[in-house]
Design a binder for this molecule. Sequence first.
Ligand code: ZN
Ligand code: ZN
Length: 132
Amino acid sequence: MLQRYRSPLFAAATGPGRPYSEAVMAVSDNYPRCDRHDDRNAEVYCQTCYVSVCLICATTRHLPTHHCLDIADAVDECRSILARHASDLTQTCWNCLTGIEDTNVRIESIRSELLYCFFFVWKTYIPGIYTG
Ligand SMILES: [Zn+2]
Ligand SMILES: [Zn+2]
């Protein structure tokens, strides 16, 4: 229980001049609830079952055979994974935009060639209409 108060969630909840009890409440509100026990915070994440559970469920149903993490560590790991995905997605979007720009340049080039051909045909085969 005390370890929870040293977690990143608790650190984020505590601010300058914020009463300790208020910070504890904020942490408590930010924790997901255990699937089996509505009145208990899920303080452990089981990576084997992909569920967030309370300490009772962790000790009686998941440990020691399942791979369990402190929920704050699991949140940090998820944030790292999301940051990597966001970075990859940004790169993919940038590549798409570059591809679109290249395609637009090619379209303009083809449009110019077509206009040149159009005026050539017009001037050559329809004399008297083109006055340029
Ligand atoms: Zn539980
Ligand atoms: Zn499990």
